[in-house]
Design a protein around this ligand. Structure first.
Ligand code: EPZ
Length: 430
């Protein structure tokens, strides 16, 4: 199994280009099947989750032509079936976006129930509530969700919990329903807005995305479009925290600073300098970080996908910090791995109390999930000595060329496949 091997201690300095937003692209790829015309999508991140989603779409009959690493043409006029194979759901939960898209366009969809995942149980009851409100009959049969309707009619839907997935899935199903749909208590994440903008570029009539109320007027059909995905604010934030944890100086390019406001605010509290430009942010950390407290919240609050990254930075801060994870119930598993590097923390339910230490030391650790894995790489970059990160397949799901981008910032990091390669790395760095 591939691993990252890291020799810590180098401040990260330089410039890094951010890729397209994985979580926007997953919704947009699903939404693209809602037209029979050809769609061009650009600025796709070349990451595992996107490649699996494109395979799932091909499997149901979408003609996908990858014209570059970051652009794909697709045509869904010859979709053969409306059932998605379990293999794809097992690899990425977000294949469930195909329910909303297939139901919206064909009034039928059969998609295996996504299992739980490493950060929590992650039910999809709100998705199903929305489909039913639009008039679909939804049954669970042999591990799959079967949704079908004679017609879908607009409805007034209130989401009990703020849910990115439910907002996007219901928005897609309502796009071609008859009449008006109002979705209340919506998620406001930039990737929800990006999916709405994409659908509108195909002729949908969606207003209010980015606020907690989205209003949709159903349309008969959707047409061709060419669309470029927004930059990934979570990848951007990850590199911002890498600068903070390694006392570096990084210009993070191809970002929308507005999407990073909660992250920037926390980095300023930690004592970093953050300078905003039109489509870049520069993070400079010249001294030991301050401690602080943080609570994850739906956008525009502090993102749960940035919780492990700040957890690592606070492990090295001066003083004690409190991190509260209010979105998922099991997102502190990385703290056990961090403890093996010398971090001091106590996890009580959805709260972690972190007592900063002067230094972390390299160790062999394992990535529990995508964002925690990236955070452990940051820990390895900041630690003294050599760190080996296992299970990096999680990280490759959402970070394009993660090791190459870090190397370009001066990090001593390599992807290895064997003990022999590990020894070669250690000999090289001396
Ligand atoms: C999306 O997951 C992201 N994934 C997650 O990013 C992100 O952490 C999460 O939003 C929150 O921002 C994608 O966009 C592919 P939710 P999603 O529905 O849509 C509960 C990453 O690292 N809930 O907003 O699954 C749920 O249990 C990934 O890229 C219900 O109870 O998250 C959670 O507690 C990790 N019922 C809360 O809502 C439902 O029907 C928020 O979940 C749906 C959700």
């Amino acid at each position: 199994m591939e691993q990252y091997i890291i020799k810590g201690g180098n401040p990260l300095v330089g410039e890094v280009d951010i890729s397209g937003a994985k979580n926007a692209a997953l919704g947009i790829l699903a939404a693209a099947i809602m037209t029979d015309d050809t769609v061009l999508i650009e600025n796709l991140p070349d990451v595992r989750d996107i490649n699996v989603m494109l395979e799932a779409m091909t499997d149901i009959g979408v003609k996908v032509e990858r014209i570059t690493r970051h652009a794909a043409l697709m045509n869904s006029s010859a979709i053969g079936g409306v059932s998605v194979d379990y293999e794809f759901i097992k690899k990425i939960r977000a294949s469930y976006y195909l329910i909303g898209a297939l139901l919206g366009k064909y009034k039928r969809a059969e998609v295996p129930l996504p299992g739980g995942c490493n950060i929590g149980s992650r039910p999809i009851d709100l998705h199903l509530k929305g489909f039913k409100a639009l008039g679909a009959k939804v049954t669970i049969r042999n591990g799959s969700i079967c949704a079908e309707a004679e017609t879908l009619r607009g409805s007034h839907i209130y989401l009990d919990t703020v849910s990115v997935g439910a907002t996007i899935n219901i928005m897609m199903a309502a796009t071609m329903a008859e009449g008006r749909t109002i979705i209340e208590n919506c998620a406001r994440e930039p990737h929800v807005v990006d999916v709405a903008n994409f659908l509108n570029s195909m002729g949908a009539n969606i207003k209010g995305a980015g606020t907690d109320v989205i209003r949709i007027r159903g349309v008969e059909r959707l047409h061709a479009t060419e669309y470029s995905i927004i930059p990934d604010q979570i990848e951007a934030g990850t590199f911002m925290f890498a600068a903070a944890a390694t006392k570096g100086d990084i210009m993070v390019k191809n970002v929308i600073p507005k999407h990073l406001e909660a992250t920037t605010a926390k980095l300023l509290e930690l004592g970093c300098e953050v300078e905003e430009f039109d489509n870049a942010v520069r993070v400079v950390a010249s001294r030991r970080l301050n401690c602080t407290n943080v609570k994850t919240l739906p956008y525009p609050g502090y993102p749960t996908d940035m919780q492990p990254q700040i957890g690592v930075a606070l492990a090295l801060a001066s003083g004690t910090s409190i991190v509260t994870e209010s979105i998922f119930e099991n997102r502190f598993k990385y703290m056990d791995e961090l403890a093996r590097m010398g971090a001091v923390s106590k996890v009580e339910g959805n709260t972690a109390i972190i007592t900063g230490v002067d230094r972390l030391t390299g160790a062999r650790v394992s990535a529990p999930d995508l964002r925690a894995g990236a955070a452990l790489v940051i820990a390895g970059l900041a630690a003294e000595g050599v760190t080996v990160v296992d299970d990096i397949v999680y990280i490759q799901r959402g970070y394009e060329c993660f090791d190459e981008k870090l190397q370009s910032l001066g990090a001593e990091i390599e992807k290895i496949n064997s003990e022999k390669e590990a020894q070669k790395f250690k000999l090289r760095i001396g």
